[in-house]
Structure formats: structure tokens, C-alpha cells
Ligand binder design. Sequence first.
Ligand code: GDP
Length: 201
Amino acid sequence: MEVKSAEFVMSNSAVDKCPNQPLPEYAFIGRSNVGKSSLINMLVQRKSLAKTSGRPGKTQLINHFVINKNWFLVDLPGYGYARVSKKSKKTFQKFITEYFEKRKQLVLAFVLVDIRHEPQPIDLEFMAYLGNQQIPFHIIFTKADKLKPKACLLAVEKYREKMLEFWEEMPQHFVTSSAHSTGREELLQYIAQLNEDFHQD
Ligand code: GDP
């Protein structure tokens, strides 16, 4: 897929205020600092469409972007940031869970994980939540340039082993690097295919 246009639509904290055009939508979510903004900017080839917030955990909003005027890319707040208060964690949970449970046009969520890290409880819990809600998700491994190719394979294998403790199979996954644009074509191609299916239904 060629990205011809990528425009910011709106930020908000309530699912019922999200844009109502019936376009297929993909949500990107992960721990703060996982490389989500970098990945989004790499995908759409804009330097700073998704803003890397100075203080992670501060900008807790649902951010909609429209790509090629035919699908929504949603940048969700990073989770697991230690410095946010309990109260804002709760608020966060509420609007994120509402988003996932109510957003009808959501095709799937991409859960981002840093390829260098062992599976983290917070990510596994979040994926378990998505599974319980029957919300389809895929995994995007980020920062692959930080490891040698062999170490990347090994890391994915380790992740698979951990996932198989809870899941029947390893979810579909992509290995990416925003620094080297690794995985860009594969991911965009994949989304293009899902968009076609969405419009045919
Ligand atoms: P976010 O908080 O998840 O949006 O993460 P950012 O996109 O702001 O990235 C967090 C840090 O990781 C920044 O210092 C980025 O430069 C760095 N980073 C993100 N993606 C990559 C990548 O693919 N390779 C490398 N080497 N660093 C990355």
C-alpha cells in the first residue's frame, strides 16, 4: 500500500466522540516508550504525525488519523507508566476498555512489544483482556535493529513459548524497526488486505 495521505483527525477521551465515518480502524497500543510514535511515523512516512510526548503517560487520549482517506489509524495512550497516579490509571483503563468494547469498526489491535524485553506481565495481561473480550489482536515487535537478526528470531521464539502457556497458538506477529523501516511493507500490505475484506462485507 502506498501512503498517499495521512491526516490527523481528532483527539478525545470518549469513544462516543470518535469520528463516525464507517472506515476500518486499527488501534496501536503498548507500554510507554515501546516505540509506538516512531512506528506510526515510519508507517506513514511523516516525521512527526504521532507526537512523542515529552512526559510519557501525560497525553492520555485516543488519537485518530485518517490514511488515504479510507482507513483510520488510532494511536492509543501508552500503558504501564509508573509515574501516573492511581486515579489516572483508573480513568485510563475506563476509556480504553470502553474504546475496545464499543468501537464497532475496530478491525484489530496491534499490541507493540519491545523485541529486546522478556514477555512483560502487563503486556500479557492486556492481551488476555483482549482475548477475553474477543477483540482480535496481533503483536508488533519493535526496535528490531537493536538486536542481531539471529537474536531477533530467538526473542520471537521465546515470546511464542510464553504465549503458548496461555494461548493455543502464537498470535500473528510482525518484526519491525522504525530506524530501518523494517516490516513497513509487510504491515501496510496486511492492512490493505484487511481493508478490502472490510469493504466487501
Ligand atoms: P512511544 O512512547 O511508544 O511512542 O515511543 P517512541 O516512539 O517515542 O520511542 C521511544 C524511544 O525509542 C525513542 O528514544 C526512540 O528514538 C526509540 N525508538 C523507537 N523506535 C525505535 C527503533 O525502531 N529503533 C531504535 N533503535 N530506536 C527506536
